[in-house]
Ligand binder design. Structure first.
Ligand code: NAP
Length: 305
């Protein structure tokens, strides 16, 4: 029987995703404490007014343990440079009697890509989840939940990472464009993390997925064209060529290969990486309406595309 979670420490809550999770945790009634690096150069931490924030040396087990004392859960939202540092945070959480650790995943399902080219790039994340599994096995009162979310849809649509460049009015379609892929708005991810912590029993020691929706490239292009009245110029690429371009970059030590691998991972015909079941089904997280979300994210005038 896993007891209810009331207090939550958040690591890396001041970045791109963090504020959305902090906001939903606070709204869901958790007592949230922000934890930020002593070395942080983030001059305008984006924590809500009045939220307790502790500045901690992430290299010190004792300092991390002190920050985690009295916390039921630790949610880590650290960015890429902090992925490895999470192992010491796991040790500290365990020493402080924390019951649930949510590591910084929030992207592709890293459990599925071990040993693949994209898996090499997210090897640090895979390693942390392995570490959590090992610790939880030895310490039954310590549990973890991993959460894959697919692409941050609200960001991706605006910056062109969803395959559509709104500024240039162009789109690139990989393979047939019919493969469904997993995508989440950052606000949805915040709600998912809060719901997981409200369901500690069902979500203990599980790697779950969530999504605002699954969508295909063709669906998105049709929707954007319909909502804006603008015809996009569509070019086509094969997932094999995109994957090869990624492999060439990776061989040169160029980690921008990740974006090529991600496009093949999401869009290749038969990739099978859309969400099925996951947290949406397990704990009743509703999907969002693609049309309404896209409508809300598009610029109000086509002149601003
Ligand atoms: N699915 C997607 O489309 C997508 C897109 C982007 C990111 N992600 C994933 O989402 C998670 C969060 O990403 P993000 O973009 O929100 O991260 P971010 O903004 O780059 O960084 C989040 C926070 O991490 C902390 N941090 C930075 N360097 C650190 C270090 N060396 N050690 C420890 N902490 C450090 C900082 O907090 P303080 O300064 O307060 O310490 C920073 O504000 C990551 O797992 C990332 O891979 C997914």
């Amino acid at each position: 029987m896993v007891s209810p979670i009331k207090t939550v420490a958040v690591l890396g809550g001041s970045g791109n995703l963090g504020p959305f999770i902090v906001q939903e945790l606070v709204a869901a009634g958790f007592a949230v404490t922000g934890v930020t690096r002593e070395a942080s150069t983030n001059s305008t931490p984006k924590f809500p007014d009045g939220l307790p924030v502790k500045s901690v040396d992430y290299g010190s087990l004792d300092a991390l343990k002190m920050a985690f004392d009295g916390q039921d859960a630790v949610v880590s939202i650290v960015g890429a440079p902090g992925i490895g540092a999470q192992k010491l945070a796991v040790d500290a959480a365990l020493a402080a009697g924390v019951k649930r650790f949510i590591p910084s995943e929030f992207g592709i399902n890293t459990r599925k890509v071990r040993g693949t080219p994209i898996g090499k790039i997210v090897a640090g994340k895979i390693d942390v989840v392995d570490y959590l599994q090992e610790k939880a096995k030895k310490n039954p009162s310590f549990t973890w939940t991993g959460l894959s979310t697919g692409l941050f849809f609200d960001v991706a649509l605006k910056i062109g990472a969803a395959g559509i460049n709104l500024k240039d009015k162009t789109a690139t379609v990989i393979d047939s464009g019919n493969e469904k892929w997993q995508a989440s708005q950052r606000s949805h991810i915040g709600k998912a993390v809060a719901a997981i912590l409200h369901h500690p029993e069902e979500t203990a020691n599980k790697y779950l997925g969530t999504a605002s929706f699954n969508l295909s490239q063709n669906e998105l292009i049709d929707l954007v064209e319909e909502l804006t009245g603008v015809k996009l110029t569509v070019t086509h690429a094969s997932s094999a060529d995109v994957q090869k371009a990624g492999e060439e970059k990776l061989a040169q030590g160029d980690f921008r290969a990740f974006l090529d691998f991600l496009r093949a991972h999401n869009h290749a015909d038969g990739a099978g990486n859309a969400l099925t079941g996951g947290a949406n089904e397990l704990i009743g997280l509703p999907y969002e309406d693609l049309r309404e979300v896209v409508k809300g994210l598009l610029p109000s005038s086509t002149g601003d595309l």
